[in-house]
Design a protein around this ligand. Sequence first.
Ligand SMILES: Cc1cc2nc3c(=O)[nH]c(=O)nc-3n(C[C@H](O)[C@H](O)[C@H](O)COP(=O)(O)OP(=O)(O)OC[C@H]3O[C@@H](n4cnc5c(N)ncnc54)[C@H](O)[C@@H]3O)c2cc1C
Length: 510
Amino acid sequence: MNTDVIIAGAGPVGLFLACELALAQCSVLILEKEAQPDSPLKQLPFGIRGLSSPTITALYHRGMLHQLELHKHMKQPHSIPGQPPKKPAGHFAGITLNYEDIDTSQWPYQLPGAPDFGMMSEMHELETVLTKRAIEMGVQIHRGLPITGFTQHQDGVTVQAGDQTFTTNWLVGCDGSRSVVRKQGGFEFAGTEPEFTGYSCKVVLQDPEKLRPGRNVMPTGMYFQSQPGYLLLQDFDGGAFHSSDKPVTVAYLQTLLRRIAETDVTISSLEVATTWTDRARQATAYRNGRVLLAGDAAHIHSPLGGQGLNLGIGDAMNLGWKLAATIHGTAPAGLLDTYFTERHPIGAKVLDWSRAQVAIMQATPASRALNAIFRDLINTRDGATYFAGRIWGIHNRYDLGDSHPLVGRIVPDFEFEDGTRLGELMQDGKGVLLDFTANSQFKSIAAGYNGRLLHTGKAAIDRLGLSVILVRPDGIVAWAGEPATFQELPEVIFRWFGNIEHEEVPLTGN
Ligand SMILES: Cc1cc2nc3c(=O)[nH]c(=O)nc-3n(C[C@H](O)[C@H](O)[C@H](O)COP(=O)(O)OP(=O)(O)OC[C@H]3O[C@@H](n4cnc5c(N)ncnc54)[C@H](O)[C@@H]3O)c2cc1C
């Protein structure tokens, strides 16, 4: 029997997408290259990842947020020995953003009690939570089976993994930055070459006190020591070392560390090391026939400022319900194409965000001058608010061609008068028609969609001056209107949910 979807890669993006598809009643098989999910680089402290507001909301909307126990809220003070405690809210090019400087009142549509804007998580924990959910929902995960090739035909895709062959209706490459699906699927991967090689390593230091704690931007690079022996380094070598595929040896690492940190620190042994770069590339299409890309397979950039995972989870949240509707035959024409038109611009912005950081971290006079100006700006209230809005994804908005400022953004987490919240209604992955006017005709319209569109006429404690809101399954506001504009609603519902499955009801504003 054909599987609806085969996903290449059981990383966070592949797992999240699998859960979304299974929630929408699609059969899913994940083929994962690695035999075991555990890697020291996915555990603390290397596996630590900053989660942005859209990712946190996605996890909350699917009832998984509370399962991430290891997270630390960014606004909790973190102390560096010898320095007064700060409340860091992220960084731009190594310049720390202070929580106290951010004016969250500049962001409309945030409601009390909603999930926080930013938090830290750990890759291993996130993948464990997602794997458990995927398995509970019937997703099959075959480990130790790398996809080696595939062939598209009119009705589906034949996938080769080692000596095994699988057939599927759709293939999604979530197989990371070196994606085989992208390389073999005829996708163009356009962008810019790297300026540096980055290193994540665990070493034993003879004299760790010779290194300063925290993030240190130095004349020839950057070093970050989160705990004694856990190091992140950045060396502006044009990415040469990473491209060489040479192993990282103790001798090499010690020379590099001494040069960047400008101290004669000694490394006695090396436990684990990996390299990465700021190469920034993005697929110029996310779909070729029945083959799609998501996550690092679709876009790569430096991890500066921590955006890649968030970008990938955003892809999965956007793609899941659209691909499921396409599979079930309920998608309106062109729905699947909006995956690319909505997600590609968000990805392009993140690539530029990482390029901008690299540009002001180099050891050139121009770079240093720009860095000083950025530092001043980040220390202003408006500057900090702008940078936090970008880093936490608050400014993310899809252009859905509507002038209402809420359309294209994540729906606020309304609290209803019965004590429940909108987030609880989103857990089934359906669209929601939030109707604060309790118009009985809206209920009939939603009923026509056979459970694909929920209607709620519950009163909200604070409805932010809004009357009716159409929310897509991915939590994005598709329409927000007043009684005078209610006539627009059936067309907007059709645009996202397709044909009504029951008899149509004429709409009035009463
Ligand atoms: C040092 C560092 C710090 C970072 N910090 C942050 C941060 O704070 N916030 C943030 O948002 N992002 C951060 N990132 C980026 C983030 O880790 C990635 O963007 C994210 O892991 C991408 O997820 P993914 O599922 O797309 O790819 P991956 O996590 O790479 O998963 C891909 C999976 O596919 C599998 N695979 C590969 N090839 C095949 C094949 N042929 N067949 C089957 N399976 C295959 C792999 O084994 C892997 O399990 C950081 C990255 C680095 C390196």
